[in-house]
Design a protein around this ligand. Structure first.
Ligand code: ATP
Ligand code: MG
Length: 273
């Protein structure tokens, strides 16, 4: 199963990715986290790695090479969908090796690419590589891929979700975040994703959770869990150390109960918060 984690900037996507990855690993899944955010650099730290992986963009020959390939495919009149960025027709997790993947305790991390220099041009090649990599990635039983998306909705324009099974929108308590969740729900449907769910994050009271639930249900968005404001997460992010949620770890368990088939622990269905 491939799950992408989307939402407003700063809503807690990377924190939720980390909690989900660790929770799924603890349930016996081999987890591959795909860092598809070209701006932020710190996901590897949250996950507990000492160094980040070398981006797949370098394996693909760099942004210029990917751009050239985009142009040559266009000039032959082929649709963008038929483009092949990495050489292999399909990729399994065993095909990925260090330094393009870092691995520890049942969790692997790959990164698509980062914007490191000014004037290096637009980030379209990153979106193309994300889309192609995810499309070619073949998962075995008990393998789970979690994609940490860039903030906002541009990735939908680039078709990154084409091969994604579930979109999980992280919603923090703000109108902006809820409005964006509604757009993401629409865009995911337009991309052919059949399942879009919301997880609330940074909730400070049950009353707030209930208000958020009401607002999102008016927008036709189903909530599969709520993570409260967790000082452990805040401190870990502040200090740049591995993220070990306190209460959040239990709370994300309910999201995993819902998302992962066959490892449900009795709390089937959507969480009422
Ligand atoms: N459940 C939580 N409890 C307390 N603080 C949280 C929680 N989730 C996230 N945060 C805080 O929010 C900040 C942003 O979280 P995170 O980096 O996961 O967001 P993001 O959506 O990935 O951001 P970006 O859009 O920049 O990638 C963190 O630095 C942390 O301080
Ligand atoms: Mg992030």
């Amino acid at each position: 199963m491939k799950i992408s984690i989307c939402g407003k900037g700063g809503s807690g996507k990377s924190a939720i990715v980390t909690l989900l990855a660790k929770g799924a690993r603890d349930r016996g899944y081999q987890v591959l986290v795909v860092d598809s955010d070209e701006s932020n650099l710190g996901l590897y730290r949250m996950l507990g790695f000492d160094t980040p992986p070398v981006p797949l963009m370098e394996l693909a020959g760099g942004k210029k090479a990917v751009r050239r390939q985009m142009r040559s495919e266009f000039s032959r009149g082929q649709s963008e969908d038929k483009m092949s960025v990495l050489a292999q027709g399909s990729i399994s997790t065993e095909d990925l090796s260090y330094p393009y993947i870092v691995q520890k305790d049942g969790i692997g991390l790959v990164s698509i690419g980062k914007i490191l220099q000014s004037l290096e041009g637009c980030a379209c090649p990153m979106g193309v590589l994300s889309r192609e990599f995810l499309k070619k990635l073949r998962l075995k039983d008990k393998e789970l891929t979690i994609v940490d998306m860039e903030a906002g909705v541009e990735h939908f324009g680039r078709g990154v979700e084409t091969s994604i099974d579930n979109v999980l929108v992280v919603v923090e308590p703000s109108m902006e975040s809820m409005t964006l969740a509604e757009r993401i729900n629409d865009l995911a449907t337009g991309s052919g994703v059949s399942n879009t769910w919301a997880v609330l994050n940074k909730v400070s009271s049950d009353e707030m959770a209930s208000k958020l639930r009401d607002e999102l249900s008016k927008r036709g968005i189903a909530i599969v869990g709520a993570v409260h404001n967790d000082p452990e997460i805040f401190d870990a992010c502040f200090e740049g150390r591995p993220l070990h949620g306190g209460k959040a770890t239990e709370e994300i368990g309910e999201v995993l109960d819902f998302l992962l088939p066959g490892v449900k622990t009795g709390n089937e269905g959507r969480q009422e918060v």
